[in-house]
Design a protein around this ligand. Sequence first.
Ligand code: GRF
Length: 196
Amino acid sequence: MKNLVVFASGSGSNFQSIIDAVSDGKLNARITGLIANKYHIGAITKAEAHDIPVRVLSDIDFDRYSDYETVLLTQLTSWNADLIILAGYLRKIPESVITEFEGKILNIHPSLLPKYGGKGFYGLNVHKAVIEAGDAESGCTIHIVSEEYDKGPILAQQKVSVLPNDTPEDLAARVLEQEHALYPKIIANYINTLTN
Ligand code: GRF
């Protein structure tokens, strides 16, 4: 059985959908830890409610980036991470981690990549941009993480309609609902393709 380490910076609703899929037997994996880059976030509360170990690696705790990288890699080793699942993690993943876990880091993004990806496109900014552009559809994308932000190979996408009078919050909620259904399923499929 593969060990998943989830990285989150926010409310952790995608994290919860992964926890639920594991508990329901839909995702044959173990969640061995949560990496958070902030204290007092919803994702930490969710981890604690399910006895999942948490490590907070906040910028304020490190004078040097290299110290953060070292601590992160050591933590991943001690949790025996097979796969890293980014679930709304707003800090750049160090290159050393991407190299060490090549092809073993997945991310979910709330747009139909390559549209609305890259620097500045996170949270409601994404949905505001979609609405301002007048797009008729949006959605979410699950991809393998590479060194280029939001550009790794795409594993799956789910489209949703953009409705007249949608606010960014309306669109975010519609996309998020699809994220919760899609991410656990794609993680489960991806695990089946891994040979080691
Ligand atoms: C999601 O919209 C995800 O696509 C993006 O960050 C958000 C995380 O939301 N990467 P949550 O913390 O899982 O609710």
